[in-house]
Ligand binder design. Structure first.
Ligand code: NAD
Length: 511
């Protein structure tokens, strides 16, 4: 088996299994454990995408040391210069888009159109954050005292630890790394164990664009062996996790103990409301995309459809008819519309929720079965699945499944729909289909979620608006847009007194 080096990017796309080392201080290094793990294609487990390091605390320590050394210099590089490297990386990603998209489909299964979109999101994040390098605005305000100047400047935090999920392996890595480095931080990232390659590909583009060694370090491996030591490391000042609410509780607890900045982007159970006056063609099209795109494995997936009684029956019949026709298969086939589950464990979870739904009394009207014959025999496939007449309190309507399983819930009116929509522990995305502008604006005000779409499904975020959610979806931070710049910088207020005398704020007043 070949081993990878930064100097030979072309070898990455070979179909032969490669050993990918960790990337620390600009060098490819083996884990000190000497152990590795396999990354296999969930559509065809015979396809070995790569072999990655099963890293441990020692590797994390080495990566943090490298980031610490790099920070001393990187923080002094002017932000517009740092941003130019990010801009060049975006240009490189354009050239490699097809290659990286194909590698992503192989490592995590979503269809090519979507993995191209994932790489495109990293490109968009590159351009956006490159622009921010020439802004990084801070307030300059009048002082309350004469001959005194008052302003606030953004400063980097230091070393940032990032832990990412597998469902948007390049996009989510880019949401974290790109604003962090533009702001002058250095980083250690632990990609999800199911999708390390796409993070390596992103970081490769950044180094090929001229990023100095040690500014970003990649340590592959598993959550408790790499993610936990990274969050615990005393030199790591900011931790950013995207993942499940369960892991968010662990990371949030660790970060709180040493007062680290901590951004948690967690689960969702996203409602799409369809009112009687909706354009049903549009709602059905959007619902299918929202529920079954990425095999339902999006934090923003449309996992609940709350449909007003006047159109309920027609909506259900037409949606189910369409869902039954979705083409499931290997995402490398351009005609396939839905790929596999990410791994066997996720597939078993999806199937277990089918049983839970049936036992709870919901009506299964589409799918529900594993696909394991013929072309499906080597992958983790299941049918697009629809439950109807779901009670909002059922587990299938409350818990994040993270698979192609949608619950359709009848509702009386907008008020009732919003009550159902808000009646869950999460608050990530939400959607409303209506032609009534008054209802649309009422819903925008009343849906307690981080994102609301009108006449579009719950998926489709753009990189320059805040991304994140309320309640168990996070801890109040947002990725994307200026929120990320806020997270990756600390404010320093600066007062310059040119009066040549001691002036006491709040005390030296004449009244
Ligand atoms: P996960 O929580 O299992 O894993 C996320 C990351 O945390 C992985 O890198 C994993 O290795 C690591 N991890 C796991 N246990 C850990 C531990 N004890 N200590 C430190 N790190 C640990 O999530 P996943 O299965 O990779 O992704 C799916 C979840 O991510 C879903 O809940 C989904 O909603 C959520 N998600 C949220 C967003 C968002 O922006 N809100 C985006 C995508 C995915």
């Amino acid at each position: 088996m070949a081993t990878d080096t930064l100097a030979t990017p072309a070898t990455l796309s070979d179909s032969q299994a490669k050993v990918f080392k960790n990337f620390i201080d600009g060098e490819w290094v083996e884990s000190s454990s000497g152990e590795t793990f396999e990354n296999r294609n969930p559509a065809d487990t015979r396809d070995l995408v790569g072999i990655f390091q099963k890293s441990n605390r020692d590797d994390v320590n080495a990566a943090v040391d490298a980031a610490k050394r790099a920070f001393a210099k990187w923080r002094l590089v002017p932000a517009p210069r740092r941003a130019e490297i990010v801009f060049r990386a975006a240009e490189i990603l354009i050239e490699r888009k097809e290659q990286y998209a194909r590698e992503m489909t192989r490592e995590m299964g979503k269809v090519l159109a979507e993995t191209r979109g994932d790489v495109q999101e990293a490109i968009d994040a590159g351009y956006y954050n490159a622009g921010e390098g020439r802004r990084l605005f801070g307030p300059t305000v009048p002082s309350e005292m004469p001959n005194k100047f008052a302003m606030a400047v953004r400063q980097p935090i230091g070393i940032c630890g990032m832990i990412t999920p597998w469902n948007f392996p390049m996009a989510i890595s880019s949401w974290k790394l790109l604003p962090a480095v533009v702001c002058g931080n250095t980083c250690v990232i632990k990609p999800a164990q199911d999708t390390p390659l796409s993070t390596f590909n992103l970081v490769r583009a950044l180094y090929d664009a001229g990023l100095p060694k040690g500014v970003i370090n990649v340590v592959a491996g598993f959550g408790s062996m790499v993610g936990t030591p990274l969050a615990e490391h005393p030199d790591v000042r900011a931790v950013s996790l995207t993942g499940s609410s369960e892991v968010g509780r662990i990371i949030g607890g660790i970060a709180a103990k040493s007062f680290k900045h901590c951004s948690l982007e967690l689960g969702g159970k996203n409602p799409m409301i369809v009112l009687d006056d909706a354009n049903l063609d549009l709602a059905i099209e959007g619902g299918l995309w929202g529920a079954f795109g990425t095999t339902g494995q999006r934090c923003t997936a449309t996992s609940r459809m709350i449909v007003q009684k006047g159109v309920y029956r027609e909506f259900v019949d037409r949606l189910v008819e369409r869902a039954k026709k979705l083409k499931v298969g290997n995402g490398l086939d351009e005609t396939v519309q839905m790929g596999p589950a990410i791994n066997e464990k996720q597939l078993q979870t999806d199937l277990s929720y089918v049983e839970i739904g049936k036992n709870e009394g919901a009506k299964l009207v589409c799918g529900g079965n594993r696909l394991d014959q013929g072309e499906y025999a080597r992958g983790w496939f299941m049918e697009p699945t629809v439950f109807i007449d779901v009670d909002p309190k059922m587990r299938i309507a409350q818990e994040e499944i993270f698979g192609p399983v949608v619950s359709i819930i009848p509702c009386d009116d907008l008020e009732n729909a919003i009550e159902i929509a808000n009646g869950i522990e999460y608050g990530l995305s939400s959607a409303l289909y209506t032609k009534d502008v008054n209802k649309a604006f009422s819903a925008i005000r009343d849906l307690y979620a981080g994102i609301t779409y009108i006449n579009a499904p719950t998926i489709g975020a753009e990189v320059h608006l805040p991304f994140g959610g309320t309640k168990a979806t996070g801890n109040g931070h947002r990725e994307g847009g200026i929120g990320a710049i806020d997270f990756y910088t600390e404010w320093k207020s600066v007062y310059v007194d040119f009066s040549d005398k001691l002036q006491k704020a709040q005390i030296d007043r004449e009244d």
